[in-house]
Design a protein around this ligand. Structure first.
Ligand SMILES: Nc1ncnc2c1ncn2[C@@H]1O[C@H](COP(=O)(O)OP(=O)(O)OP(=O)(O)O)[C@@H](O)[C@H]1O
Ligand SMILES: Nc1ncnc2c1ncn2[C@@H]1O[C@H](COP(=O)(O)OP(=O)(O)OP(=O)(O)O)[C@@H](O)[C@H]1O
Ligand SMILES: [Mg+2]
Ligand SMILES: [Mg+2]
Lengths: 466, 466
């Protein structure tokens, strides 16, 4: 009497789009813009391209007292998408170039596709994508998503000679939104991006014709992140079995470990196999499940593995962090700290933090404002369930001194090969103990130094009064 | 140079299992138990069966200083799963009997499957399921999930004659967990379930052999929820197009509206079509996209539709709510309220709330403890991002009086055809304005009555002193 059905990934996220940040017309407009913008930034940064990104939002027609159809246009000078992958990349949920172990804004393989799906669902209009990887041709597709089957459905396509050797991606879509309600979040999102990405040239034109221009003020870019191998502490039994299954049967266990794991060289492999009581020259083809489980248990308890290297990460960098914040907020005081690299569950991560006072930091006098970032994405929502907010709440501010005439802002950034987001909508980070610890140390360090500064200022004022 | 890949739904949730509540061995153990238990409760309640559920967790072997492999066994007397659907229901992500418009605990089509996937990933052992719908046979499968392809892989199967006409489902799986850390959440989860489900007989045996027995103390069950049709305000343009596409071309638009929408009868359809300026006898086959969009825009702005009926919902019921709380917490004071039905985005919902003081409510003196429920599921995590916590935080408690010698508890339950969960892990509810309003009205009502009670008690104490 129960009716059993299967849902495609697009069907699932179409019906449950609030899970991906498309919960209402205001939030959906914000999420669509940020997902496409983050795709553009990745397409530039991962390929050492200084980003030039234009976003324009135009009012098309009102649909209710507070909603309207908008045309969203976004253009970047990024890597472009190869012709054979464009339609799947944007028209298929769970299709991505970020399913590798590398730091990037994208991670789930559905953000851009969700923006297109939401647009289609609310406007009935197909999306247009124009892209080129800088080669002989520019491809242009007008398509829709076949939601039942999670695949793109082409309506029209064009191939144009790329005479000017253009490289990049343009997207044009129509979606229902509520810009009056969403505008402050959208503008704040761009401002907070510019604060840590001063090497990007960002232009946003809103439906009222207002131009928000964040020019490039720094000529250097951080080194892009690198793809890395999994760490022994970052895998579980299932993954280990699959890695073994995919490797040649003739390969020895020692070779397998050195080839497939991060920072496992000859010495470490030898030490580990002695600990695990497994012969190094044993062939993978001779290993049964019991032996694989024995290997796995040993991997989890062996403490001789080198912790994951942070060389693969791409932090903001203290100079860029400072310059960006100075440009956007013009503060009286700024202090930046980079915590030593750490790791959780085999994933390397770095915490960078800044304490900023005065200037155009918004807030009430004496208030502490928290600005959160993860893999260079500003997180504007769900502060209540974020690890950084939890850490800040647990700090007794009476142990530190700060001026009470203006607000003080704390910027917290985490860079990692995997950000433990709590939701597909990427707004809050889970309270992993190692991450919590590093954020707390960073905040306390900045507060101590700010206390020293505040006391100096107060003594100076005191001295001047006498 | 980017490497493009597709992920199956099981691959995606395997790699991002923290999104579904499997973030660490303690939380994963909690989530696995609750997902399977909620499947059992649905299988009983949706079919008017008084639930008898046994859950046993046995320690198998330690894997680290704070983790171990446990054997999880769960048995229910529910509807059972038909032979042809068992493997897909439990071995395939996005396969469900709850993809219909009806109130139930299950909604996403992945909870039970995730528990099995996590178990397989951490123990290497397959899952065993034994089930019967009460017919001639009992089927038993031992299977694993092919994560790459999101489908079950049978290892062995048996069919047994059902001589005793047994009906129900048994699951047996091995998974890594951290029971010492998870135990208080697991026991609290069962206790809070029992508090609103006193017609269920629940037995939990923990790894130390402790028996937690929550006997049935109420013989009546609430009426099960009913499947319903979508409401005009609950659909978007894409859904409308698909509904039209699936209907016969010869059907008139008037018939289509009456057949496919909740509470749209002849009169309402006529009024609406006049408002939309569309002829009632127009055939679906004659409608082009422009006309469908015109119809859609009219549906969104027409204010003459009857709001969704709450008859399809199955609230806890004030008597059951009271009896359950009295049994579990033995309070000195209990007050229960049911708000009038409301709706959001076309989905009917009902808020039920209780204020409870004294007895065994845990907490510090004067503290206000919040217990949240959604479709009869206790929500123990992510309070910081839940709408009920937001409402409670915004209430100025100085406007109300309560005794300060013991804690006071507020129980909030929302029943709906769709709960706006923020995450796949079902721990927090989004702050939809209509829901926020009803929760606030319920809480304030209870606090006002509790203020009257508190004043009465204080006057009595005062009088006795003189
Ligand atoms: N502007 C762009 N330039 C180049 N490639 C792009 C662009 N936009 C999308 N892509 C490609 O399309 C893929 C899918 O994008 P989508 O946003 O759907 O998922 P994702 O970015 O991989 O992950 P996430 O869901 O976390 O955003 C990307 O991985 C990328 O390879
Ligand atoms: N104990 C059970 N008795 C009867 N049917 C069950 C049982 N457990 C699971 N099922 C069936 O298997 C299906 C899939 O279960 P699963 O937990 O994976 O998803 P769901 O319950 O539909 O949704 P959710 O992800 O929200 O839990 C259910 O919809 C139900 O039809
Ligand atoms: Mg993306
Ligand atoms: Mg379920």
């Amino acid at each position: 009497r129960e009716v059993y059905k299967e849902a495609s990934p697009s069907e699932f996220f179409y019906r449950n789009r609030q899970l991906a940040g498309f919960s209402n017309p205001s939030r959906a407009l914000y999420t669509a813009i940020r997902e496409l913008f983050e795709n553009s930034l990745d397409a530039c940064e991962l390929h050492r391209i200084k980003p030039n990104i234009l976003i324009s939002l135009r009012h098309i027609e009102s649909t209710s007292s507070n909603t309207a159809i908008y045309k969203l246009y976004i253009q970047d000078n990024g890597s472009g998408i190869p012709k054979e992958y464009v339609l799947d990349a944007l028209g298929k949920i769970f299709f991505s170039s970020k399913y590798i172990l590398r730091q990037s804004r994208g991670t789930f393989g559905l953000g851009g596709t969700m923006a297109i799906l939401y647009a289609q669902a609310t406007s009935g209009k197909p999306v247009k994508v124009v892209t080129s990887t800088g080669g002989k041709y520019i491809v242009s597709y007008v398509f829709q998503i076949d939601i039942d089957r999670n695949r793109p459905h082409v309506i029209s396509q064009k191939t144009i000679r790329n005479n000017l050797k253009w490289r990049g991606t343009i997207l044009e879509l129509y979606l229902e939104g509520n810009y009056p309600h969403a505008s402050r979040y959208i503008v704040s999102y761009f401002k907070h991006t510019a604060a840590i990405t001063p090497y990007a040239d960002i232009t946003f034109i809103d439906p009222d014709g207002n131009l928000f221009y964040f020019p490039r003020t720094v000529g250097i870019m951080p080194e892009p992140p690198k793809e890395t191998l999994p760490h022994p502490h970052g895998i579980d039994l299932e993954t280990l079995k699959r890695m073994i299954k995919r490797s040649p049967k003739s390969m020895t266990i020692s070779e397998f470990l050195m080839k497939n794991f991060h920072r496992v060289g000859k010495m470490i492999a030898k030490k580990f196999l002695r600990y695990a009581k497994i012969k190094g020259n044993l062939r993978l083809g001779e290993m049964d499940n019991t032996l694989i489980e024995k290997l796995y248990r040993a991997m989890k308890t062996f403490d001789g593995f080198i912790s994951p290297s942070s060389d693969v990460l791409s932090p903001i960098g203290e100079r860029i962090f400072k310059e960006g914040i100075l440009k956007e907020f013009n503060p009286e005081y700024i202090d930046v700290v980079t915590r030593p690299p750490s790791s959780y569950e085999g994933h390397p991560f770095i915490i960078e933090a800044a304490l900023v006072y005065g200037g155009s930091i918004p807030g009430s006098p004496g208030e502490i404002v928290l600005y959160r970032y993860a893999n260079k994405i500003p997180l504007l929502f769900d502060e209540g369930s974020d690890v950084a907010a939890k850490v800040l709440n647990n700090i007794n501010m009476n142990n530190y001194k700060r001026p009470m005439d203006k607000p003080t802002a704390l910027f917290i950034h985490i860079a990692s090969t995997k950000i433990p987001f709590k939701t597909v909508g990427k707004e809050a980070i889970a309270d992993i103990p190692e991450i919590e610890k590093e954020i707390e140390l960073a905040i306390r360090y900045l507060l101590r130094r700010f206390t020293t500064y505040t006391r100096k200022i107060e003594r100076k004022i005191h001295a001047e009064r006498r």
